[in-house]
Design a protein around this ligand. Sequence first.
Ligand SMILES: [Zn+2]
Length: 280
Amino acid sequence: MDNTTRIPISEKGISAEMFDAYLGDFVTTKLTSKEVKQVGKVNGIEYKLMIRLTRWTGRTTPAQIVVLSRLFWANYPKMYERFGAAGESPTEITLDIENKGYGIAWNMGKLVHLHDGWLERCKEDYDCITHELAHAIQNGWDGETLEYDSFIERFADACRFLYAFNNGEFNDKDWQMQVLDREPTREDSVRFLVWFDYFYSTADNDLLLNYFKVCRGEKYPKAQWKEAWAEIFKGSALEGRDVDDIYAEYAASEFAGLSTKAVDGISPLLAKYDVRRNTK
Ligand SMILES: [Zn+2]
C-alpha cells in the first residue's frame, strides 16, 4: 500500500457536494474515507452506486468521477427499466477505479472496473462505462446459447450507442458504431440490432427486449437460432421472414452506411434518424 491510499478521499478533492450539485434532488451521497456511496430512487426503483477509490491515485480527476456518477444515474436506471426484469440484473453497482489491472474497463456481476489511467489518456471516453453497465444488465449471457458468442459484446455496444451519456455529447465525437463495410455480417454487426429496433419495434413489441430475453433465456442452442430469431420477431412486421432475408434488407438500407461520427454536434445517422428517441 502506498501513501496515497492512506489519505482520506475528502482530502484528495472529493466531496459529497460536488455530486449533490448535479444529483442532490434524488440521490443521497455519502463519503467514507475510501468510497463514495450513493443511493437514489428512479421511477420507484432504488439503486445504489458505490465508487470505490481504494486503489485510485488521482489520474481520473474528481471532475471526471462526477461525470461517471452522473452517467450511471442517467443510464443505468433506463437500461434497468427496459431489460432488468428479464436479466434479473443488479440494482447495486460498484465502480472500482483502480490504478492497476486491465488498462480500460471490465464488468463482472455488480462490479465494474475502470483503470485509473484510462480517462487520463482518453479524456472523454466516459461511455466505455455505459458499455460495462450494459454487461451488468446482461448479467451473464451464456455464449453456448447464443447464435454467436459475439452477441454479448454486440449488445453492449448497441446499448453504448443508444444510451450514450447526454445524447452522445462525448460518445459521438470519438466512438463509432461501425458501418456495414466494417461489420458486414450479423455475427459482428452492432448496427443491425439498432436498425431492427428503430424500424420495427412498436409501443407494444420491443424487439430489442425480445432479443435480450432470447439471449438471456438459454433456450436455443446455436443450431436452433432460426427459431430464436422467429421468436424475436414474433408479432412484428418482420414475423414469418427468414433472418437472412431481414439482414439483407438492413444491408441494402441507407441506414447501414451512414456515419455516427458527430460533425457540428450531430452525426449524419442521427441527423436523419432519431435513433435515440426512446432512450433520451
Ligand atoms: Zn464488453
